[in-house]
Design a protein. Structure first.
Length: 592
């Protein structure tokens, strides 16, 4: 059937609308950047369309469009859309050097080699310019080359191999940057730490036995090296290598391989034996423990690393969740676990209890932790296990409202003794309450006038100790946060992304051993008993020394320091001792 006149007119109208739509689209959806900026600014300033709507219509973010408006307002000549004259499309210096660059590439010179050769001839050319010439001439990137295939140029000197069989005690003098490390080695020798990796049959070889391998990794913690790759800074320091019984320190590849061979079970076994030695030496009492979690930031590409809230950065990001337990009296870490996944946090407290019971034969008598460490049902389990605990109750709006409605007569003043703080006379309400998930009643102590805006709500199953003592004891829990902060700063526990891969579980174990070693040393240093590891390192360990080696004795002569009288008083000076991993040769620390 032929089209009617009405249909023909409709079809013409559709074609007309299509052509108009395409033309309108040129203005509403511009393709060119300058055109898009013009239409967006016109819509905002002329048609008074809001910023967010204009940004959405023309493909800007709100922030970038505001910047565009700011630049337009501050253009006095209104030359905003004027095309600038482009620069030259050629580089005179680059074109003059083209033939030389091509000649050197034909000799297998890399970009850095070519740049260095150009500089020797008096021509300065950037790596980007060299690469542009090579691209224009059709050259691709060089494959990885062997050392003998590279052009002759100064290279780093290659250190020898770490082989205990090559250790010599012939008469000689060695200079070292960190002679004070022998003070720490004396403590480790007295604790007989070298027997632990050997008894556990940890990885070792004829070149580097298990005890020397472990001490080499621990040494990086003791001298505060941020990255495991920084061991390469010390491969020629024979004095530091001598402290762990080797002629040279192992290289970075060895540290990575050593870590890969140790499992979480190996670390727990080591922790058990190390803790046993600390208890035998009466360094750890085990009367009370502070417990806490720490999220250690991770900046690598591993997808298996989960996101956690990182308090030091006040945000949620990829991090390793790590559990720490600290002996309250000695301030020494006695347990850690970095092998945690989401959903396992609340039950980690029971893994620590099982660990301590297996090690000491009894459950930990007293635990102190914050409100997020575990759940209320788990508090009930702790109560049934006859373990005293002190924790906080989460301050929900209902709890805060209930405390705020308490009459003034319900509050009574208590005095905190032996506390060095401004607020020593807080007010408390001490009563027993019922909480969801907890079997029976629990003691709740509401505390105000502690210097905080909101009251503190303490929960405990200890119904005999006075309010003042419980408040004071919980305040000491802050020590674990300070200790973790010290471990993060000095032992670089957060340095998880490095050119040397090392398991975080082993890294935290080394931190525990290093922190305990520094605390034991601090006990002998009058006036520094409560100092953290960074202070002890700076004042006593980081000391240049001359080491006089002989088959009969090794003398470590420390340089002059203001704190040398404290070392003399400590009994470490001129008192010979032996290092089993150093052929049991007598070692004597002296002062210049």
């Amino acid at each position: 059937m032929p089209p009617t006149a009405t249909q023909t007119t409709a079809q013409k109208h559709v074609r007309f609308r299509k052509s108009i739509t395409n033309e309108v689209k040129f203005f509403l959806e511009p393709d060119q950047p300058r055109h898009r900026q013009y239409e967006a600014l016109r819509a905002h300033f002329v048609e008074q369309i809001p910023t967010e709507e204009v940004a959405s219509r023309f493909g800007f973010t709100s922030g970038s469009f505001r910047v565009l408006c700011h630049k337009f307002r501050n253009d006095p000549e209104r030359a905003f859309f004027v095309d600038r004259k482009p620069g030259p499309r050629y580089g005179p210096k680059r074109d003059q050097a083209r033939d030389r660059v091509v000649a050197w590439r034909k000799k297998n010179y890399s970009i850095a080699d070519i740049q260095s050769a150009m500089k020797e001839e008096g021509t300065s050319l950037s790596p980007a310019s060299v690469w542009k010439i090579l691209q224009e001439e059709g050259f691709s990137r060089l494959p990885r080359r062997k050392d003998e295939e590279m052009p002759e140029r100064p290279r780093p000197e290659q250190a020898g191999y770490a082989d205990v069989r090559e250790l010599s005690l012939d008469n000689r003098v060695i200079e070292t940057r960190c002679g004070g490390v022998f003070l720490l080695m004396k403590i480790l020798a007295e604790m007989k730490i070298h027997l632990i990796p050997t008894s556990l049959k940890w990885y070792g070889s004829k070149m580097i036995p298990p005890e020397n391998a472990f001490l080499s990794c621990l040494l990086l913690k003791l001298i505060g090296k941020e990255r495991k790759s920084h061991i390469m800074d010390m491969v020629f320091d024979q004095g530091i290598a001598l402290s762990v019984g080797l002629p040279q320190l192992p290289k970075t590849a060895y540290v990575s391989e050593y870590s890969a061979r140790l499992t979480h079970t190996n670390n727990l076994q080591f922790m058990q034996q190390w803790l046993m030695k600390l208890r035998k030496a009466d360094i750890i009492t085990g009367e009370s423990f502070n417990l806490d979690f720490q999220s250690l930031p991770y900046f690598g590409e591993e997808d298996v690393v989960e996101k956690h809230y990182v308090s030091m950065r006040s945000r949620r990001q990829k991090a390793i969740l790590t559990f720490f337990a600290q002996d309250a009296k000695s301030k020494i870490f006695c347990y850690s676990n970095a092998d945690l996944r989401k959903g396992e946090e609340a039950d980690e407290i029971f893994r620590f209890i099982a660990f301590w019971e297996k090690q000491s034969g009894k459950k930990p008598p007293h635990l102190v932790f914050d409100s997020k460490l575990t759940t209320y049902p788990n508090l009930s389990k702790l109560n049934k296990m006859d373990i005293f605990f002190v924790t906080l109750r989460r301050r929900t709006p209902d709890i805060l409202k209930e405390v705020a409605n308490e009459p003034p007569s319900a509050w009574r003043k208590v005095e905190l003794s032996n506390v060095k703080r401004k607020y020593r006379t807080p007010k408390v309400i001490d009563r027993e309450v019922q909480i969801r998930g907890y079997a029976g009643s629990i003691r709740q102590i509401a505390v105000k006038d502690l210097g905080h805006d909101l009251p503190t709500i303490i929960l405990t199953n200890d119904k005999k100790t006075s309010c003042a003592n419980i408040i004071t004891r919980y305040a000491l829990r802050m020590l674990i946060e300070n200790a973790i902060s010290g471990a993060v700063d000095f032992f670089h526990t957060t340095a998880l992304s490095s050119s040397v891969a090392i398991k975080i579980d082993l890294d935290v174990l080394l931190t525990l051993v290093g922190q305990a070693t520094y605390h034991i040393l601090a006990r002998h240093l009058r006036g520094y008993e409560d100092s953290e590891a960074d202070v002890i390192f700076r004042k006593f360990i980081d000391t240049p020394a001359k080491i006089f080696v002989s088959p009969e004795e090794i003398e470590v002569r420390l340089g002059k320091r203001a704190n040398n009288p404290i070392l003399i008083h400590s009994g470490f000076i001129n008192s010979p001792f032996t290092l089993p991993w150093l052929k049991n040769t007598p070692v004597r620390i002296t002062l210049r």
